[in-house]
Design a protein. Sequence first.
Length: 252
Amino acid sequence: MDLGPRQLGYRADGTGPLVVLIASTGRCGAEMAPLAAGLVQQGFRVLRPEPRGIAPSVGPMEGVTFHDLAGDLADIIRAEGGRAIVAGHAYGAWIARCVAQDHPDFVSGVVFLAAGAKAWPPELSRAITEINDPATSEADRLAALKLAFFAEGNDPAEWLTGWHPAVVEMQRKARAATRPEDWRPAGIAPILDLRGAQDPFRPAGTEAEIAEELGPRVTARAIEGASHAMPVERPAEAAAAMGDWARRIGLL
């Protein structure tokens, strides 16, 4: 999509109700292919947009807020028919909340894929910085990936590559530039809070935090054997959980 100073690229697969998959911090939509394939089998049409800064998507990278990133996705949803389930992985869950808050008429449901708690151990944020620092050794990057993203027994090696540091920087600045009260309410649509049971970004005692914050429209589920990279670690299980939820509430 050519929108003047912005160009928005995305992959589309399947037929059925629309799902938009929003990637995690500094990651591309392409790695969500296994989850997308599972969702297509469930009966969805699945879009995997690239965030601005990852080709072919381009756009301003300074002075950006969550509202701008949510607006990119709203433009894609409008072009594809005007109503979708927005499913955000980790950082992408914040953007999904902002899409739902800013553009409620475009959102039929919201899925949080490995959404973090309101607060988490600071070493997890430092791990993301280390992973994106070219001076970090491969061994230390693997250790950071195991700490922050991958459960015991899951291979983090595929995430040694595929990071986009300029996108990480833009996204972190966008978070700092956006008031939490502008996006945390997450609109009015039903929500699936789907987390990895071993996700350190959801420390003990925060498992029910999102349901407590947003009320009875939230359905919470945990997937065993998964951490913060849950949609990549357990894509089949994540797709099945999303399909079950959508059918139960009449979105599929």
